[in-house]
Design a protein. Structure first.
Length: 517
């Protein structure tokens, strides 16, 4: 099954989740990693990522990417949000990421961030038919999305992230009353403007995602019960509880805040503005409680990946063998006749199995023959007249994961010689290969040429073959109708077989009725 690593380069934290997509299109999280790198510290006042923040971020990203690759994760989806998006040197930072890790990180817009967050919630919480408002407070932005179990109705990305608000409004701890008033006014204006376009009276519930919401819920639960929060997902906190925590944080010194049970020390300066945003939102919507969801953008990226790769995932479920799956995928991309390709492959394998005493090959060569047979006609996509030569170049230059370069060379040559000229020393692509590969190409091409001839009309008239090896090799074709064209074509293509095995080939046909008699 597909393995996917999601790297989320946020303003406050850098996260990575390692997931495995299941056959039923669900997923399993195998591991999670998080580092509160604070990449966005100072970026919203200076408009630049600091050198120190970039160094921290690069070190964390390098470590996580290496970890994912060491665990066998070739597919890594990297996204960056508001801090990188808004910094004048954000592109420079991502260039460093590319140079040091080889990973191309996608900088997503606020609207795309909102869509992915809602996708994560939508697939994790049983949303009602009536509208739900989802809020995600990050370090740089706040995403506010209204939707239901089927769709997003509206989405806004607001510049109200906790690090941004701290940098712009809270220059000391504890803040002065004037700082708090200015902060509250700014938050209220932005939320009112955003909510003004929503039919907010119809919103049934408010769901909060992200680490800010989770840490706030932990602090509140400890105050309420004296015990740690047993489960974050679907935990509920009241507007009164949020307001009480906000008040405590606003009045507390740094030392007092750090002593608060449950408070993440790395959020000591950002939980206050986040709590204020939650409290004002609840007041504006006249709601009394907030529901927490532990799924957000990272899970949304996984679901988005599943939606975009639905066909590939189905193929991996139906064809577990990565090598055969990639061969069939290439044939599909080149629009070959699947019926003909698979029928020729079946006939070629039967010829291979029944002539083993002549060639002495085993499972490895048998697989190469099957692959070449499935792909032998892909050159038609370019030009029918020279399609055997085009097949060679297409196979040679395709990304056939799971095969070595030597195997791809060999498969390409076998497909190339399925018609017209036979391998010769005049062909440079053939003569540069080792002697063992040359022999394999000769034998496998000889079998493929006959198999392809036996389906000359592409109507599967020849349904099976039986081979009797003697001084003459007798090939009996079981047919379902007139097979004169097939026998004529196969006889014309038996030249390489006779040259390789130094014995003539004779073709006989038998019908189903003959077999029954």
């Amino acid at each position: 099954m597909p393995k996917l690593a999601v790297l989320d380069i946020g303003t406050n934290s850098i996260h990575m989740v390692l997931a495995e997509v299941q056959p039923d299109y669900s997923y399993k999280i195998l591991d999670r990693f998080k580092d509160m790198t604070r990449l966005g510290d100072g970026v919203f006042t200076s408009r630049r990522l600091s050198d120190q923040a970039m160094m921290r971020g690069l070190e964390v990203i390098r470590t996580l990417v290496n970890l994912a690759r060491n665990k066998g994760y070739e597919q890594i989806e990297g996204v960056a949000t508001s801090a990188v998006r808004e910094a004048k040197n954000g592109g420079e930072f991502l260039d460093h990421v590319m140079q040091q890790t080889g990973l191309t990180v996608r900088v997503i817009t606020g609207a795309e961030e909102a869509r992915l967050i809602f996708l994560g919630v939508q697939n994790s919480v049983a949303l009602p038919e009536s509208p739900t408002l989802v809020i995600d407070i990050g370090g740089g932005s706040v995403e506010v999305i209204v939707g239901n179990r089927e769709a997003i109705f509206q989405a806004r990305s607001l510049k109200l992230g906790a690090i941004r608000l701290k940098d712009l409004y809270l220059s000391k701890t504890p803040p002065s009353k004037s700082m708090l008033r200015e902060l509250e006014a700014a938050v209220t204006v932005q939320l009112k403007n955003a909510l003004g376009s929503y039919k907010t009276k119809r919103v049934e519930q408010i769901i909060a995602t992200s680490g800010m919401a989770g840490n706030l819920a932990e602090v509140i639960h400890l105050q309420r019960t004296g015990r740690p929060l047993p489960q974050l997902n679907l935990a509920r906190v009241s507007a009164k509880e949020i307001a009480a925590v906000e008040k405590r944080l606003a009045e507390a010194s740094l030392k007092t805040r750090l002593a608060m049970p449950g408070l993440d020390p790395k959020r000591v300066d950002t939980l206050l503005p986040a709590a204020m945003v939650f409290r004002i939102l609840l007041e504006l919507l006249q709601k009394t409680e907030l529901t927490i969801c532990d799924k957000a953008i990272r899970e949304g990226i996984i679901y988005d990946f599943i939606q975009r790769h639905h066909e590939r995932i189905q193929a991996e479920r139906d064809i577990p063998d990565v090598r055969k799956r990639n061969i069939l995928a290439l044939a599909h991309r080149c629009h070959v006749s699947e019926t003909h390709a698979l029928h020729v492959a079946g006939l070629a394998l039967r010829l291979f199995d029944q002539t083993k005493e002549l060639h002495g090959f085993g499972p490895r060569e048998r697989e190469w023959l099957e692959c070449a047979a499935i792909l032998h006609d892909i050159g038609y996509m370019i030009n029918s007249r020279q399609h055997h030569k085009h097949a060679y170049y297409l196979i040679k230059n395709s990304d056939l994961s799971g095969f070595t370069a030597e195997e791809i060379d060999l498969i390409a040559n076998v497909a190339r010689y399925h018609r017209r000229s036979v391998p010769t020393r005049k062909h440079d692509e053939f003569t540069v290969l080792p002697a063992g590969s040359q022999r394999a190409i000769n034998v496998l091409s000889a079998l493929l040429r006959i198999a392809d001839g036996l389906d000359r009309s592409q109507f599967s008239v020849v349904q099976n073959v039986e081979v009797r090896v003697g001084k003459t090799v007798v090939i009996t074709a079981q047919v379902s109708g007139d097979a004169e064209l097939e026998i004529w074509a196969a006889r014309g293509r038996s030249d390489l077989f006779e040259k390789v095995f130094k014995r003539p080939v004779q073709f006989i046909t038998t019908t189903r009725d003959d077999d029954a008699g």
